[in-house]
Design a protein around this ligand. Sequence first.
Ligand code: COA
Length: 154
Amino acid sequence: MRGKRTQLRRATHADVERLVDWHADPDVARYWDDETFTSVEMAARIARADVDAWIVETNDDDPIGYLQVHPDGLDMFLVPSARGRGLGPDAARAMAEHLLASGSHRRVTVDPYEWNEPAIRAWRRAGFAEVSRGHAPDDDHLAPWVLMEYRSEC
Ligand SMILES: CC(C)(COP(=O)(O)OP(=O)(O)OC[C@H]1O[C@@H](n2cnc3c(N)ncnc32)[C@H](O)[C@@H]1OP(=O)(O)O)[C@@H](O)C(=O)NCCC(=O)NCCS
């Protein structure tokens, strides 16, 4: 799948060590509830039935991040060196358009923490609009979070 400046491909078993290494970076883990994973855990994660795991790449096949699609929407991180250049919004927009066009999702949401203002701005750049904020911590969130929904270009 292609955005304008990024492409996405399914994560495979060959990506397990790459993903373990990415999550071990504190500048990735801090955005992922400080979770890190062993190789065995990661292999199980990318094989989950209800979550599709994708690798974000630049247009010249350089892996720069991870995006996962769950029944409500998506989660994503880029490695620190790839951030701040608009690549994340490009990949998120491509995936959101694909999910809506394929009919697998009726709506596509993201759920950033309120403290993560740069991510909230990035999601806005991708085409997500804020629906509500102040959601209380729950099974999936350690802190108050914001609900945002993708507004299709079509
Ligand atoms: C959120 C994320 C996917 C957005 O992708 P991106 O390609 O960086 O998006 P943008 O280029 O639009 O930049 C987003 C903001 O992050 C800032 N930023 C964050 N880390 C940065 C870094 N290491 N280098 C440069 N800019 C960075 C950008 O300056 C920008 O802030 P601004 O709105 O004040 O200009 C990416 O920044 C990321 O992986 N962040 C950490 C993980 C995360 O927060 N995931 C989302 C959880 S809901």
